[in-house]
Write a protein that binds this ligand. Structure first.
Ligand code: ATP
Length: 259
């Protein structure tokens, strides 16, 4: 029940078009993951898709978005699991949850299991590691081996991490497909700005947007996203609380370049 609650909560369909840039990742995943999940009968033998995919790269670059979008397009159920909810359990509870997670996913095929910050769950074995976390890791390895995307078992595990070097070698090997998800380039930043600012009244010209995307070099998609959301509040921020109570939506001033 906890797994279903955590996973289903907040899931909204994500289109490829909602993701700015990352063309290479999109085309790779379309061929390697989405089509095989849709048509497992065509992708057998040497064409059999990987059971584990690792997305790595800086934070806020759209790894979670990609995983959700793959699920939407493959018409797969999306299970997302937060490592801290597994590791903070009583001894043995984490493993039980992992078993249940894979059992629930198997009952809802095709299914995608998304593990954000997979490094914190499946990190390199260190000498002083607690035995319970070793057992949890082993339980995962068993299921990573078992979860194939063949017709009988269409489960795909997508791991995301900002620190791929921290991953256990045995785990890394199981994530056969590994893709670097980079910071957005200027065009991708522009797409995000247009998408967010386009939802409110604004007086930015194409040239302004060009300048903004240029100057946001080094920002992640999440940074650009929150910058635009912050700017979109500016016309309201300039008003007093009494004015906000009175004003009609269409009377709100436009967002400007200064915002
Ligand atoms: P983390 O590693 O911190 O979990 P992440 O790589 O999974 O981050 P997301 O959670 O997918 O990043 O992205 C955070 C938010 O940033 C998204 O909800 C979206 O609003 C925005 N965002 C990030 N990258 C992109 C992108 N390429 N296109 C559109 N929006 C993006």
């Amino acid at each position: 029940e906890q797994i279903m609650r955590e996973s289903m909560h907040n899931f909204k369909n994500v289109d490829w078009d909602d993701i700015a840039g990352l063309e290479f990742a999109k085309s790779t995943f379309f061929e390697a993951i989405i089509l095989p999940l849709r048509r497992p009968d065509l992708y057998t033998g040497v064409r059999c898709p990987p059971r584990g995919v690792l997305l790595f790269g800086p934070p806020g670059t759209g790894k979670t978005l990609i995983a959700k979008s793959i699920a939407s397009q493959a018409k797969a159920k999306f299970f997302s699991i937060n490592p801290s909810s597994l590791t903070s359990k009583w001894v043995g509870e984490g493993e039980k949850l992992v078993r249940t997670l894979f059992a629930v996913a198997a009952a809802h095929q095709p299914a995608i299991i998304f593990i954000d910050e997979v490094d914190s769950l499946l990190s390199k074995r260190s000498g002083n590691e607690h035995e319970s976390s070793l057992r949890l890791k082993n339980e995962f390895l068993i299921h990573l081996d078992g979860a194939t995307t063949s017709e009988e078992n269409r489960i795909l595990v997508i791991g995301a991490t900002n620190r791929p070097q921290e991953l256990d070698e045995a785990v890394r090997r199981r994530f056969v497909r590994r893709l670097y998800i980079p910071l957005p380039d200027k065009d991708a930043r522009k797409q995000i700005i247009v998408k967010i600012i386009g939802q409110v009244k604004h007086n930015l010209t194409t040239h302004d947007i060009e300048i903004l995307s240029e100057s946001a070099d080094g920002y992640s998609g999440a940074d650009v996203d929150s910058l635009c959301r912050y700017a979109s509040m500016a016309p309201l921020r300039a008003l007093s609380h009494a004015e906000i109570d009175q004003i009609e939506a269409q009377q709100l001033p436009a967002v400007t370049m200064d915002d």
